[in-house]
Design a protein around this ligand. Structure first.
Ligand SMILES: Cc1cc2nc3c(=O)[nH]c(=O)nc-3n(C[C@H](O)[C@H](O)[C@H](O)COP(=O)(O)OP(=O)(O)OC[C@H]3O[C@@H](n4cnc5c(N)ncnc54)[C@H](O)[C@@H]3O)c2cc1C
Length: 557
């Protein structure tokens, strides 16, 4: 955390240097001592510190300066730092003016120049003021800050990306400027261009990123975006439970392992508000916790985790080459595809246009706080929708679940059905589907059809979370690995048809249990044809796959 600043201003260079020296000597270990030679120069420093969200504990200002007096400077600076202590330096002849300024600029003290010896004339005064300041002052948030609009899809995706990658950030909604002085003063300090290009991400060092891409954000948030090596024993695409488990087992068993994840480690499981059926966690755990623990474990064994999207695969003899969206290429002997599934899109007028502006796929937990006191609609009847409804019920006034079928019994676990029924602010509407979403800049209403009466009802709504199943996203692998008609990847026994091995298979063995039609390319988790879509089965497959990887590597290396 940056130390709070002590800012001293004087137009006399020698005096300025002397004050700075005395301040550093006594306070340098706990405070940053900054200096300026004029009021305007000091105001620039104050503005920059405010944009960075750094604290100022004390202004120590000369009164008589050309252009801007000490009191004039303070009158502007305290708008930005109302809690900072203010000390005016005056010459003997200025004492009357200084006393008058106590009322005008709320000065805490005035000191006569020269103050030597500081032990007697300077430090006792400042000690007392700084002690008061420290006791009353709440620590400032000094991580990444995101200023944007709640209803902007770009703001949502930045918040979601940071939250899912466990990067702490502070969200500032421009819509709250009227009631939130912090948002208001930040808006006043930024350039017009910054405000026109929201969302803007402000880094702790003051750098501002206007509408950053995910890759930019990853780079500036300290996530690794490039591979450190050109070649790995094992490359894993996808950092959900299956990919993470493979990474932990692979690296712990000595393989040089890289894991490429385009959004955030944890995958779908990372979006779950509470996983209650994962072995060893009797009271459940959030997906974010599971992901965080797994990432720590993987890193401890030396897995390199890259925030990037794999977009192309090429096979050349025993080498498998992966191209990333940045254009970078890396190679490996064994490749493990663990890319899971992505949400299926809801096809109704208005939905695509308002996605990210009130309509979200998945539980979008970053939006939960914004739904406080509102009505929330959740579409879907599987476990993911049930968990989301339970989660939002803690914030929203009412959660309405829209379920296409006439019961949840076949699509949801009984423990969740029981929880939903026992939660008074959750309402389940069976035989319903969304036929239209309405709103100009953000969701304002939805039209719901009841399939038993065919009646359509338009109801006001600000938040709609869609969880209606998922599909794999494997087109980038289409020319290399065999897939079923929905894009799930075949492996092991599914590849042998009528006793025949897959086309092009040249080895004198069958494809391994989790191996694709290309030797050395394995598939695990939800993206595998015929897989059981559960956290534990993904973890199981990811772990088991490593023993097949070893068998394969023992023949090629
Ligand atoms: C909200 C929700 C709640 C759930 N609750 C439970 C539960 O309580 N219990 C349970 O057992 N199961 C639950 N599930 C199911 C479980 O989460 C999944 O079965 C599991 O996450 C599948 O793991 P996976 O690693 O195969 O794939 P995923 O979790 O889908 O992970 C795949 C990862 O690959 C990444 N990726 C995809 N393509 C690329 C690419 N080209 N380049 C780089 N990265 C890529 C994705 O960004 C993603 O992070 C839930 C699912 C959801 C959505």
């Amino acid at each position: 955390m940056a130390k709070p600043a002590l800012l001293t201003v004087d137009d006399d260079r020698e005096v300025l240097r002397a004050i700075e020296r005395d301040l550093r000597r006594k306070y340098g270990s706990d405070y940053r001592v900054l200096r300026a030679g004029s009021g305007p120069e000091a105001l620039e420093i104050v503005r920059e510190l405010k944009i960075r969200n750094n604290s100022i504990a004390l202004f120590l200002i000369d009164q008589r300066m050309p252009g801007m007096s000490g009191v004039d400077f303070l009158a502007q600076a305290i708008d930005l730092y109302p809690d900072a202590k203010r000390v005016l330096l005056t010459a003997y002849a200025d004492t009357d003016a200084a006393i008058a300024a106590i009322n005008e600029a709320g000065i805490n003290h005035y000191l006569l120049k020269p103050w030597d010896p500081p032990e007697e004339n300077l430090y006792p005064v400042l000690d007392e003021l700084l002690e008061d300041w420290g006791a009353a002052f709440p620590p400032q948030f000094e991580g990444i800050r995101v200023l944007g609009n709640r209803w902007s899809p770009a703001s949502h995706s930045i918040k979601d990306f940071l939250a899912r990658n466990h990067v702490p950030y502070q969200w500032l909604d421009i819509e709250t400027a009227a009631s939130d002085s912090e948002v208001r003063s930040l808006i006043e300090l930024l350039d017009e261009e910054d405000i026109r290009s929201l969302p803007i991400v402000i880094l702790p060092n003051g750098v501002r990123l206007r509408q950053p891409s995910q890759a930019d954000l990853a780079e500036h948030a300290g996530l690794r975006t490039r591979a450190t090596e050109a070649f790995y024993d094992l490359a894993i695409v996808g950092g959900g439970p299956a990919g993470l488990a493979a990474a932990v087992y692979g690296a712990s068993e000595g393989l040089r392992t890289v894991m490429i994840e385009r959004e955030a480690p944890g995958g779908q499981a990372g979006m779950s508000s509470r996983i209650e059926n994962y072995l060893g966690f009797p009271s459940g755990l959030t997906g974010a916790d599971l992901a965080r623990r797994a990432v720590v474990q993987a890193r401890r064994f030396g897995v390199e985790i890259i925030s990037a999207e794999a977009t192309e695969l090429r096979v050349d003899g025993p080498y498998r080459f992966l191209k990333l969206a940045s254009g970078e290429e890396l190679s490996c002997h064994a490749l493990l595809v663990a890319t899971g599934v992505q949400w299926r899109k809801l096809d109704a007028p208005g939905v695509e246009r308002l996605t990210g502006a009130g309509i979200y796929y998945g539980a979008a937990m970053t939006e939960a706080m914004s739904t406080t006191g509102e009505d929330v609609y959740v579409v879907g009847g599987a476990n993911s929708a049930g968990q989301a409804a339970m989660h939002f019920s803690r914030y929203a006034q009412r959660v309405v679940m829209l379920v296409r079928g006439s019961s949840l019994a076949t699509s949801m676990s009984q423990y969740l059905i029981n929880q939903l029924k026992a939660t008074p602010n959750i309402q389940i509407e069976y035989n319903t589907s969304i036929v239209e979403a309405h709103g100009d800049n953000h969701l304002e209403a939805i039209s719901i059809r009841c399939s038993t009466t065919n009646e359509v009802n338009k109801v006001p709504a600000n938040s709609l979370f869609i969880m209606i199943g998922a599909a794999p996203n494997t087109d980038w692998l289409a020319n290399i690995v065999e897939r079923d008609e929905r894009g799930f990847i075949y492996s092991g026994p599914h590849l042998t048809r009528d006793g025949k091995r897959p086309n092009g298979w040249k080895l004198d063995r069958e494809p391994g249990l989790l191996e694709t039609n290309v030797p050395g390319i394995f598939v695990v988790g939800d993206v595998r044809h015929g897989s059981v879509k559960r956290v534990a089965s993904g973890v199981g497959e990811g772990s088991v796959a490593i023993s097949f990887v070893h068998q394969y590597l023992s023949k090629v290396v």
